[in-house]
Design a protein around this ligand. Structure first.
Ligand code: SF4
Length: 326
């Protein structure tokens, strides 16, 4: 059954917009397998499309992880694996998973919230201070959440004290070589309420470099993700009466270039239970793949998957607006 936020986007017809722009978009390959391994997080950020939190201890099972590793090993086209959550470092099998993927000589990217290194496990208190060295030893590329370069704004989005903890964690990553050694890539990720043009993204990145540079922080790039109207963020928009305004803003800023670069054209996402999705946003909305292809990691068929029709819907306007969503 569709979730509430999914139902809310139904009246914004993405298919009609695509037809009006003479667009018929299909996958161009599967270069990346995106693994969502847990809903558990040490934080509960208001923009989180998965509504992850310390109260969501759902983990990917070992059987699903093993099936993912088997797919990664047997499909040469999959060159990289993107691991996310929740805070993926809280999954008890996280380190073993990263080690196994690196052993297969594939690139690993981890979506890292920075604070988990200092907060540790929200339920057991178990430390995660070893993470910077672990990431460096495994040449993990990091996409680290940094919502704002200004303390009050960052704390408002992600919780009190998050800005200072994020700076401390970034310094620890810099200390092991992230942001300076060419093989240790550190990209910051900021969520944005509404679309942002390519020019504004460049200005925003320059401001991040400037301000964080004053704190002595180095990083490689800034990625800007347009907030997807899903999960906790969609509920907030509805509660404050801003949902329709937000959607209309996305539609007005939509263009063809951004949607042609949508990540669903080059990846498949795997949920904690092994179900497959076009992207992590569709996973959040419980929109599985259309029935014309493999449905779970256990029946992964590369040829069927690249010939699937993508399960587009109203929330996809976040990927077509401005310069896209990351
Ligand atoms: S939200 Fe829609 S357009 Fe964006 S990656 Fe997912 S399926 Fe593609």
């Amino acid at each position: 059954m569709p979730k509430q936020s999914d139902t809310m986007t139904e009246k914004y017809n993405f298919g009609t917009w695509m037809t009006a722009h003479d667009l018929s978009l299909h996958p161009v390959g599967i270069e990346t397998l995106w693994l969502n391994i847990t809903r558990l997080c040490n934080q509960a950020c208001h923009h989180c499309h998965l509504s992850a939190s310390p109260e969501m201890p759902l983990h990917m099972s070992k059987a699903v992880m093993d099936a993912c590793l088997s797919v990664i090993a047997s499909n040469a086209a999959i060159r990289s694996v993107d691991i996310t959550g929740g805070a993926p470092e809280l999954h008890p099998g996280f380190e073993a998973l990263v080690g196994a993927i690196r052993h297969l000589d594939k690139k690993v990217t981890v979506r890292h919230n920075l604070t988990v290194t200092l907060d540790g496990h929200p339920l057991t208190g178990e430390s995660r201070t070893y993470l910077p060295e672990f990431f460096a030893a495994n040449r993990v590329e990091l996409l680290a959440s940094m919502p704002a370069w200004e303390k009050d704004a960052a704390d408002q989005i992600r919780g009190r004290g998050v800005f200072e903890k994020s700076l401390k964690s970034l310094r620890q990553l810099n200390a092991v070589g992230y942001g300076s050694r060419p093989e240790l890539i550190l990209k910051l990720v900021t969520n944005h309420d509404g679309p942002l043009s390519a020019t504004k993204r460049v200005l925003l990145e320059s401001r991040f470099h400037e301000v964080l540079g004053e704190y002595g922080i180095k990083f490689n790039d800034l990625l800007t993700v347009t907030n997807i109207p899903a999960g906790r963020y969609a509920t907030d928009l509805q509660r404050t009466g801003g949902y329709d305004e937000y959607m209309n803003g996305l539609i007005q800023a939509s263009d063809e270039t951004a949607i042609k670069a949508a990540t669903c054209r080059t990846l498949v996402s795997v949920g904690p239970d092994g179900r497959l999705y076009d992207c992590d946003f569709n996973l959040a909305l419980d929109r599985g793949l259309n029935p014309d292809t493999s449905q779970t990691i256990f029946e992964f068929d590369y040829d069927r998957l690249i010939n699937r029709t993508i399960n587009f819907a109203g929330h996809c306007f976040a990927c077509s607006a401005g310069a896209g969503s990351g």
